[in-house]
Design a protein. Sequence first.
Length: 211
Amino acid sequence: MLLCLIVLGALLASPIEGTPSKSTAGSDQSGDPGWPRERYQDGTRLIIYQPQVDDWKDFQQLTWRMAVSLTPKSGKEVVGVVEMKGHTDIDNVAKVAIITNPQVTGTYFPSLDQATKEKMEQLFKSFVPSTVSISLHRLIASTPNKETPAGVQLNNDPPKIFVGYRPSILLSVDGEPVLSEVPNTNLKFVANTQWPLFFDPGNSTYYLAVG
């Protein structure tokens, strides 16, 4: 929502020849018309889609990006992404952040050759105002959280690997075998496993009741 106001300020900073296009986003109590937004200037049509804030360094230097669509006069529509930055001054009484000297730091028009990309960049720059006003509450809410999540202790020891060259069954025993006497036999029962596992002390051999 914060980013909506970035472009809203840009749209209000200079005369608009057209009207905002229809948007799927709902309006709110601040009068936000939603996205996308449309501008006309000297026959050129600009559509700005909802921006994304990348960083607000020291709560002064703001950087953001947004998808745009430019249709030059007597030209074809071109879609790209624009990155911008600006310095913020805070009005705590009005709860407004004012971006001064907004600058274009990067433009991406993947479908164009280098010469045409430069022309589109200059065309977009002609729409950039000298200042942009943003709701302070939305700016704070939309600033990325840089807190590092708590670390987790992991056990990276490699597991034991068992290799068998004949039909086998892997039994799980909780620690060393705990042997219990089996009445009226010479066998002992392994108590700390879920399997019916027996031990014959006479020949030191384990037997599994299976099959």
